[in-house]
Design a protein around this ligand. Structure first.
Ligand code: ADP
Ligand code: MG
Length: 467
């Protein structure tokens, strides 16, 4: 070969790659020109450093493999940055390449704009429910990371994916984050359906009424990603369960991603057919727990940042300390205070915040929760007797749950250390204070303890709400 001219190999490699890649991808990234050859090297000209990084990462190996297949030699590809403005673009390396496909010249900016314009917001999901706007803490990092993995590889990693947990903990947010990410990554090409179990049920019923069952089936069974929110709603809905069972099987067999949320673990669902239950339980299920104090502060700060406003630290503290088990309420408090400044033009102080939020804050304080309820729930969770928890016994297996119970009483009520001591076998206030401080410190380093306590607090609130 005369003085290393590998042009012909490049041309053939590019033609073949054109057939192997999508048109979009080819147009987007094969805006490169043959520049020159050196011994065992082909130099391709690209329009910018950004472009170079991208194509190196995405296609260098692939091009080199192709060149090897065609030439039987290990030809390396190198890139140089050149202004391609005056030349023909991508597929037109020389004027006499009649067979090559004309491709419009696309600058990096144009390419990015083009990509963005392809990805208009998905109509069924909220644009602000993304991974970026989701604050990660110990309570949700597993669910968050699993969601990320699924979003980058739908149908191939964890299928189905189930997120369960109490209200306002971010289940819908994470589910839509997965949907929005797949929508964006696939440049809108994947068919993503987000639906609440309630709407799924209603649509199904309407489809029977209107004799449009085949349309209903088509809609759901051709999805690439099916997101069904709040499946606890399906309890007792026998026909809808049946339909979902078949939808599930079709999608699952076709390696399509399915995701569910539920307000409780699947094992606790009632009136769900066994075969559907077994489908729900097939893949990965992860629970979302209430956020700990640090995460609550981080969420509040993130929301303030998004709204481009600020609040004094002691106000953030007040909210984060008092609203413990529901992120939606955390946000609600913030919204209320911001509306207050907006309307009155007054700066929020701790006093104003306390006054404005007294309904929410008050509900978790004295009068609402009895020490007895707390003691019973804690004792129950440690499978010990309530009387032991209140006793003077000092064995560790009793003392530790007792310390936790004291801590929770202190957190959830306005009782003084002395009053609390009286309810725990007549202990004095310094013992109670020591217990509370100890647990407070332990939580900082032991996230599972923190989680356990947050769960207990949630249970205690649940009991209260139901009574
Ligand atoms: P669920 O579906 O579990 O009831 P949502 O997903 O509706 O809860 O969340 C309630 C609100 O709290 C939403 O506005 C959501 O954006 C917000 N939220 C929940 N968890 C987080 C988090 N970790 N970071 C940021 N916002 C959150
Ligand atoms: Mg929800």
């Amino acid at each position: 070969m005369a003085t290393w001219d590998y042009f012909i190999f490049w041309k053939e490699a590019k033609d073949q790659l054109k057939n192997e890649l999508s048109e979009q991808e080819f147009t987007m990234w094969f805006n490169m020109e043959y520049d020159s050859s050196q011994e065992s090297i082909i130099v391709l000209a690209v329009p910018s450093a950004f472009f170079k990084d991208q194509v190196k990462q995405k296609y260098q190996l692939r091009i080199e493999q192709k060149l090897f297949e065609l030439s039987g030699q290990h030809l390396a590809v190198d890139f140089c940055i050149k202004e391609l403005k005056n030349r023909q673009s991508a597929a037109n390396d020389t004027e006499n390449q009649k067979n090559s496909v004309p491709v419009q010249k696309v600058s990096v900016k144009q390419m990015q704009a083009e990509q963005a314009s392809h990805v208009s917001q998905h109509p069924l999901m909220r644009s602000d429910y993304t991974f970026d706007t989701f604050v990660v803490g110990d309570n949700n990092s597993f669910a968050y990371n699993a969601g990320l993995a699924i979003a980058s590889n739908p149908g191939k990693t964890y299928n189905p994916f189930l997120i369960y947990g109490g209200v306002g903990l971010g289940k819908t947010h994470l589910m839509e984050a997965v949907g929005n990410a797949v929508h964006k990554n696939s440049i809108g090409k994947k068919k993503i359906i987000y639906v609440t179990a309630e709407n799924f049920t209603n649509e199904f019923i309407e489809s029977i009424r209107d004799k449009k069952q085949s349309e209903f089936k088509k809609k759901y069974r051709y999805a690439d990603v099916l997101l069904i929110d709040d499946i606890h709603f399906l309890q007792k809905k026998i026909e809808t369960q049946e339909e979902l069972f078949h939808t599930f099987n079709t999608l699952y067999d076709a390696n399509k991603q399915i995701m569910f949320t539920c307000d409780r673990p699947i094992s606790e669902l009632k009136d769900i057919s066994e075969r559907l239950r077994s489908r729900f339980e097939r893949g990965l299920s992860v629970d979302l727990l209430p956020p700990n104090y640090e995460t609550r502060c981080a969420i509040l700060n993130k929301k303030l940042e998004e709204k481009k406003v600020s609040l004094p630290q002691n106000v953030i503290d007040l909210i984060a300390k008092n609203i413990q088990s529901n992120v939606r309420d955390l946000e609600g408090s913030l919204t209320k205070l911001l509306a207050y400044t907006d309307i009155t033009k007054k700066i929020i102080t701790l006093e104003i915040a306390q006054q404005q939020l007294r309904d929410v804050l008050g509900s978790s304080k004295q009068g609402t929760f009895s020490i007895e309820t707390i003691q019973k729930i804690v004792a129950d969770s440690f499978a010990m007797s309530y009387m032991d928890l209140k006793s003077k016994k000092r064995t560790r297996s009793i003392a530790f749950p007792r310390q936790i119970a004291m801590y929770i009483v202190h957190e959830m009520t306005e009782f003084s250390f002395t009053e609390i001591g009286l309810e725990f076998g007549g202990r004095d206030h310094s013992t109670v204070m020591h217990s509370c401080n100890k647990i407070q410190n332990d939580i900082q380093t032991d996230s599972s303890l923190d989680t356990r306590i947050q769960n207990l607090i949630r249970q205690i609130k649940d009991v209260k709400n139901k009574s």
